[in-house]
Design a protein around this ligand. Structure first.
Ligand SMILES: [Zn+2]
Length: 281
């Protein structure tokens, strides 16, 4: 397959309502979105769900070439170049031009991802307006404070949420667990169905939603030394007591306060982001 196109599937109700857009596999190495969306499409086609109002558009595989190679991206990270490009000189910029057009014509955007490290699934809470939607997706964890932490870095990069937010859309990004975790696709599926029910796109269901615990990012750590390593394989959102060693080597790092480790990246190279520490809000 040459992958000279991407697949977009829309179901439109006879009655007006919100236009919901769901992205899967913006990063090619994250299959949960693709798997969950495929299941939803099959269920709608088979009549298990009826679209009661508005419309629902699925892009199961936003980066098909990367998906086929099981790699995050081909030329550059699609979720850093997610905006309009006059000169679309890379594969991902071409994809961004197609996908941003879809965002422009929808009201609500759900973007499904997974993470490299082991650990709990969570919702990225970048803007206060996202809280109601974050609460109904069925995930017990949200992580906030990223926009504030990165505010000082004048960033030309743009991701799905930043772009959708700039267009006044309701939008949220879910990290459904570790890439290879078989449960990730179930988390993604639940998020889609819960969102569709919340938006009255499909029938409401009697689901017990967990209380949302919010962890606020407080500190970013870059890897500074080649001989520095984690003392163990930390799990995302694992609790660490104040004073406990987090890394070993000539320059060990100790927890400066009671905290939760976020997105630990054992593969980080010197100069790259290594891990983050947050506290419960
Ligand atoms: Zn991702």
């Amino acid at each position: 397959m040459k992958n000279t196109h991407i697949e977009v599937v829309t179901f439109a109700s006879l009655l007006p309502g919100p236009k919901v857009l769901v992205f899967g596999s913006i990063h090619g190495s994250e299959p949960c979105g693709y798997q969950a969306i495929t299941k939803c499409i099959q269920e709608i086609r088979s009549g298990k769900h009826s679209i009661l109002s508005g419309s629902i558009t699925f892009v199961p595989m936003c980066n098909p070439r990367a998906f086929q190679k099981n790699t995050a991206y081909i030329e550059e990270n699609l979720n850093r170049v997610f905006k309009k490009h006059k000169v679309a000189d890379t594969y991902e910029k071409k994809l961004a031009n197609i996908l941003t057009n879809l965002v422009d014509t929808h009201d609500v955007i759900l973007d499904l991802h997974s993470i490299t490290s082991q650990g709990k699934p969570f919702v990225f809470l970048d803007y206060a307006e996202q809280l109601p939607m974050a609460k109904i997706l069925g995930l017990p964890n949200a992580v906030t404070g990223w926009t504030e932490a990165y505010a000082t870095q004048s960033s030309k990069s743009s991701d799905t949420i930043k772009y959708a937010h700039s267009k006044g859309k309701e939008c949220i990004l879910v990290e459904c667990g570790q890439h290879a975790d078989p449960k990730a696709k179930d988390i993604a599926y639940k998020a889609i169905v819960n969102l569709l029910a919340y938006k009255n796109s499909i029938e409401k269901r009697n689901t017990q939603l967990p209380k949302l615990e919010i962890t606020e990012l407080k500190k970013i750590y870059f890897k500074e030394h080649n001989d520095s390593h984690f003392i163990k394989q930390w799990k995302h959102l694992e609790f660490i007591k104040k004073g406990k060693d987090i890394t070993k080597g000539e320059h060990p790092i100790y927890a400066p306060f009671d905290c939760y480790i976020l997105l630990p990246s054992p593969q980080a190279k010197v100069g790259e982001e290594w891990f983050y520490l947050g506290v419960k809000k």
